[in-house]
Ligand binder design. Structure first.
Ligand SMILES: Cc1cc2nc3c(=O)[nH]c(=O)nc-3n(C[C@H](O)[C@H](O)[C@H](O)COP(=O)(O)O)c2cc1C
Ligand SMILES: Nc1ncnc2c1ncn2[C@@H]1O[C@H](COP(=O)(O)OP(=O)(O)O)[C@@H](O)[C@H]1O
Length: 342
């Protein structure tokens, strides 16, 4: 169990069996990416969010604090069923940070195991929502499924929860924004993953409602960067982080402070390369960023790198001089894009 605190606010992270803050108002789902569609589902359980038309549950005491809670599954159900690790848009730390910024007070990680996956929809409502979480109201997306073999639908949840006077909001799937090229397609984690896989970072960012971000600690590389005038901070990402299309990106970087800080961190502009570095016979994937107008040591620091625009694919250059010339050009283009306020 963790109690993470930043900027004076915290998200309480608990399992379904230990340390729960109750009673709860619950948004249920996987919420990988915490994208714009997820925001809509979470909003009704936030303080000051849309209170349900059905009103508060008769069991609730008006003076009692109801904790705005996101209930999700850990590990990702797909990982449990396939046995394959699943790369995530928001690994746990990032998900906590995103939920905190929305105003969520508690994240409950239901251990997704044989026992949980075998619960009937009826038992899920009674044992998890009612008994453990002392749930007062629920919000889910229209396509939510739950219980053994995903038999229960959002409508079933509404009917079952009504037996306990728990109102359930079913949130319609949010589609693309009006200014997007294709409309009426629901925003989804898989759509964002496809956009990132194909290098369409602008579309991914539009659907997320914020730039896709890589957060990692700076580790040592081959120390070649400084020899060509472009030192690069090499990032170690969480093992389960989803890595987008290989290539060069215009980015905004902030140094993540260890201590709580009320001020927003300063943003430094730069260029990032995600790739195998064929020019220097690289053998593994590296994720590295060159910061503009910066000359200080970054080893051991945690950086959050927002991907703003995809510039080009990685190439094998005949020598370091040719690579250097190309990186100079990348920097010029990135500065133009970033200073235009993208
Ligand atoms: C903006 C940028 C673009 C890059 N493009 C390529 C590329 O197209 N091909 C390549 O082999 N390496 C590319 N690299 C990676 C360099 O090979 C790498 O930064 C250099 O070898 C230094 O690595 P080091 O930090 O481990 O010393 C790029 C790096 C940056 C910062
Ligand atoms: N403008 C900059 N951008 C990125 N890193 C920088 C910059 N200036 C200094 N550094 C420091 O230099 C290191 C990168 O130098 P480099 O020669 O590429 O070594 P490495 O291969 O270990 O990354 C970074 O980790 C950071 O500590």
């Amino acid at each position: 169990m963790l109690n993470l605190s930043q900027n004076g606010c915290s998200v309480w992270v608990a399992s379904s069996t230990k340390g729960l803050l109750t009673p709860t108002a619950v948004a249920l789902g996987k919420f990988d990416g915490v994208h714009l569609g997820h925001h809509r589902v979470i909003q009704p359980v936030l303080h000051g969010g849309n209170q349900l038309s059905v009103g508060a549950s008769p069991q609730s005491n008006e003076n009692e604090h109801t904790y705005s809670t996101v209930v999700t599954f850990h590990p990702h159900p797909q990982e449990f069923f396939t046995g394959q690790p699943r790369a995530l848009l928001t690994p746990l730390d990032e998900k906590i940070e995103q939920l905190r910024s929305l105003g969520v007070e508690q994240l409950v990680l239901l251990p997704f195991d044989k026992e949980l996956s075998a619960l009937s929809p009826e038992d899920f409502v009674e044992k998890i929502l009612v008994q453990r979480l002392q749930c007062q109201r629920v919000s889910v997306g229209q396509d939510f499924c739950f219980g053994k073999q995903r038999r229960g639908t959002a409508k079933d949840l509404q009917l079952l929860a009504a037996n306990y006077q728990i109102p359930v909001t079913i949130v319609p799937l949010q589609t693309y924004a009006d200014n997007a090229p294709v409309k009426d397609i629901p925003i989804s984690t898989s759509l964002i993953r496809h956009s990132l896989e194909s290098g369409d970072i602008k579309n991914a960012n539009l659907l997320l409602g914020r730039p896709y971000t890589l957060v990692g600690v700076v580790v040592q590389g081959q120390q070649l960067g400084r020899t060509i005038g472009f030192p690069t901070a090499n990032l170690q990402l969480p093992n389960d982080k989803f890595v987008p299309h290989k290539g060069v990106y215009a980015v905004r970087v902030s140094i993540v402070s260890e201590t709580p800080d009320v001020h927003a961190p300063i943003q430094i502009l730069g260029v990032m390369n995600i790739g195998d570095r064929p020019t220097v016979n690289g053998t593994c994937l590296s994720v590295e960023v060159h910061l503009f107008d910066w000359a200080n040591d970054l080893y051991g620091k945690k950086l959050a790198v927002q991907l703003i625009e995809f510039l080009r694919s990685e190439q094998k250059f005949p020598d370091l001089e040719a690579l250097k010339t190309q990186i100079q050009l990348d920097c010029t283009i990135a500065r133009e894009i970033l200073s235009a306020g993208c």
